[in-house]
Design a protein. Structure first.
Length: 424
């Protein structure tokens, strides 16, 4: 399939620009600045550096620990993993470290573990060309960044497969749980497949993560959301005494581009009653300032979704030049799904104590959806479906029966459930 990159112009402006009404209302997503793309020039510092080789049965943790003695505490060090290591979990506790494999050796483990973890205060790390073969456990993560103040990480050309979490699992997860955001994270050219992730996702950025990209990955044969950007779940805990999520508890300033998702279904996922849920191949939930472009999703319940499960506003999301085919329900879904927005004050909004019954009350504001090829026919719902509280948005979709809703207003005086979006 091909994409048309021609620029569609309405009202004298491209839809990728803001459309402002005379009364000062702004319609459509604000453009995400390319300056937020992850910085990667530092990667060249690894060229010509010392390489420590680990064979099967040797410890990668010990190899990382030996780096300082070889290159000094501020030097750049590469560890070439040429066989399944003895470590059950590899924690990268040193900055300026690269893990790679010149042989493509499988890395395996057992139990409820994180295969490779990065935690607070680490920067300039590359995880590249590794093969992580999972197993069954209550919770099992492939590559996990968690905490805050992690900066400049590249996760590239890895193969992650056969992870089976009886509760939850992730292939690649970036959780910003600290007051300083995780920054400059590039997740690109990975293949993630045969994943059974429970209520979690194969690739996710969640919480206080700022300036990131999920590009050119291939995610297939998974039983829940393939790629997700999340906010409002309490990953960055709310301030003391606050009734709702922390303002920075939202993945933001991000790019989701050139990814391919195939065969995503929850029909065999016990977390959803072994039924097809309303999960999407590519999902934004509570995050903000994100550009989603030039992706392809085949055979998922929904192709793409911009939603708001928690007491939060998902805003400034651009969805352009994407493709979807063979969706069970439809290709594009937007809005909060439960009646009654969180602004009524009638719902439990502390994300650390929210129950499922109190979810789905968020808002979606200022999204731009244009120039996509949403080709599914015969889905069980409208191919493009706007639920509740989607306002000040531009959804330019050529679908039978799809039309603007309150295109000159904001929906209704908050709080309420009405939508307000334009189609041009």
């Amino acid at each position: 399939m091909g994409f048309s990159l021609s620029c569609v112009v309405f009202l004298g402006l491209t839809l990728s620009q803001l459309v402002s009404l005379s009364q000062g209302q702004t319609w459509g997503a604000e453009t995400v600045s390319d300056s937020l793309r992850p910085q990667t020039a530092w990667e060249s510092n690894f060229l010509g550096t010392n390489v420590i080789v680990t064979a099967a049965g040797q410890s990668v943790l010990s190899a990382i620990s030996s780096c300082n003695g070889i290159v000094g505490s501020t030097g750049y060090c590469t560890v070439d993993i040429q066989g399944d290591p003895s470590d059950s979990s590899i924690i990268i506790s040193r900055s300026r470290t690269k893990l790679t494999s010149s042989t493509g050796a499988d890395i395996t483990s057992s139990g409820a573990v994180t295969f490779i973890g990065i935690y607070s205060g680490i920067e300039q790390v590359i995880i590249e060309k590794l093969s992580l073969r999972g197993h069954t456990a209550s919770e099992v993560y492939g590559i996990f960044l968690n905490s805050g103040d992690i900066n400049k990480v590249i996760i590239r050309e890895n193969t992650i497969y056969d992870f089976d979490g009886t509760d939850n699992a992730h292939g690649i997860a970036v959780y910003g749980s600290g007051s300083t955001p995780i920054r400059n994270v590039m997740i690109e050219k990975n293949e993630v497949y045969n994943m059974r992730t429970g209520s979690s996702e194969s690739i996710v950025v969640n919480g206080n993560v700022y300036g990131w990209a999920i590009n050119d990955n291939y995610v297939h044969d998974v039983n829940n959301i393939a790629i997700d950007a999340i906010g409002g779940e309490g990953t960055l805990p709310p301030s003391a005494g606050a009734s709702g999520p922390h303002p920075d508890d939202a993945a933001r300033g991000g790019f989701i581009e050139y990814n391919v998702v195939r065969r995503m279904s929850t029909a065999t996922n016990s977390a959803y009653g072994n039924e097809e849920s309303w999960a999407a191949g590519i999902y934004v939930d509570g995050a903000r300032d994100i550009k989603i472009q030039l992706n392809e999703v085949y055979d998922a319940p929904w192709g793409y979704e911009v939603g708001a499960e928690n007491c939060i506003i998902t805003e400034d999301i651009t969805v352009v030049d994407n493709f979807a085919e063979g969706s069970f329900y439809g290709d594009f879904l937007a809005g909060g799904y439960a009646a009654g927005g969180f602004e009524t004050g009638a719902y439990q909004c502390n994300p650390l104590s929210t129950q499922d019954a109190d979810e789905g009350h968020g808002n979606v504001e200022r999204i731009t959806v244009q120039n996509n090829e949403f080709t599914t026919t015969g889905g069980t719902e409208d191919n493009v479906y706007v639920q509740k509280r989607t306002t000040l948005s531009i959804i330019a979709i050529d679908e039978p029966g799809f039309s603007a809703v309150n295109p000159t207003g904001t929906g209704c005086t908050s709080p309420c459930d009405a939508n307000s979006y334009r189609t041009s």
